[in-house]
Design a binder for this molecule. Structure first.
Ligand SMILES: [Zn+2]
Length: 258
């Protein structure tokens, strides 16, 4: 089986490329949450939903959506809260999408979240779903901030499902729901949104492959201009007809043509 080693090496380089694409996908997704930490810019929508269906424990849910480049945060809470900060710049740069989003309506989602977190002080709880990723949303977390009582170290009670959330600073908590409630603290989502995860991995794998290909083409062209073998840099004195005696570049092809 003379072809086996080349197939194996191709398979190996493809695996490395996919791994690189996967890592880039993760790094970009997690890094995107740094943007709202340093910028107040966000698009914000507040909607109140009233539920006529009494089977739900909560018949009114307030909902805010914050969106920014590669970040989509949906907040849910039970009582209307005054905003003590100015509205942010209303910039509609999302550039992030989630194909086949199965997220149900806010009242159903809000009730599900409040049931799953079962907060000690429901009227003081803000539950958020945060999804990040580019070009598609790829990672998700759910988090709760309870601003009813300050903990002994001055922070607020927090909780997270499928993610990590650091304790929220009490001062930041008093302005809730802030422009970017997650801005002052660390949020780390680790639940994959599979469709977005796959799309992003393919996207970054393609990107890495194109980059490697371009760099290789430039390198080969430069070697040939210097009269050397494009593959191994062996000195050919601009005589490319017979290929390279060192690495066999164009040799197999040339022999077959004879
Ligand atoms: Zn060569």
């Amino acid at each position: 089986m003379p072809l086996a080693p080349s197939i194996r090496s191709r398979f190996r380089s493809l695996s490395i490329l996919i791994l690189l694409g996967l890592m880039l996908n993760l790094i970009v997704s997690w890094s995107l949450l740094l943007i709202p930490r340093y910028s107040a810019a966000a698009d914000l929508r507040i909607v109140q939903f009233r539920n006529p269906n009494t089977e739900y424990p909560h018949d009114a849910i307030f909902s805010v959506i914050h969106q920014w480049f590669g970040v989509h945060e949906h907040q849910f809470y039970l009582t209307r809260r005054s905003r003590s900060r100015d509205l942010p710049k209303r910039t509609s740069i999302y550039w992030t999408w989630l194909p086949w989003d199965s997220d149900p309506d806010a009242i159903t989602r809000g009730n599900e979240l409040f049931t799953s977190f079962a907060p000690e002080h429901p009227d003081h709880a803000i539950i958020s779903t945060t999804r990040v990723g580019f070009p598609s949303l790829a990672m998700e977390t759910q988090s709760l901030v309870d601003d009813f009582s300050l903990l002994s170290n001055g922070s607020l009670r927090t909780e997270s499902h499928y993610g990590f959330i650091s304790r929220v600073d009490g001062v930041a908590g008093t302005t809730k729901p802030g422009i970017w409630p997650h801005a002052p603290y660390i949020l780390f989502p680790y639940k994959p949104i599979w469709i977005g995860f796959a799309i992003n991995t393919v996207f970054y794998t393609t990107l890495v492959s194109m980059l490697i290909w371009t760099v290789r083409q430039i390198k080969h062209a430069r070697r040939m201009r210097r009269g050397r073998c494009p593959h191994c840099d062996y000195e050919l004195h601009h005589d490319f007809r017979d290929g390279c005696p060192e690495c066999g570049w164009r040799r197999v092809q040339a022999k077959a043509e004879q």
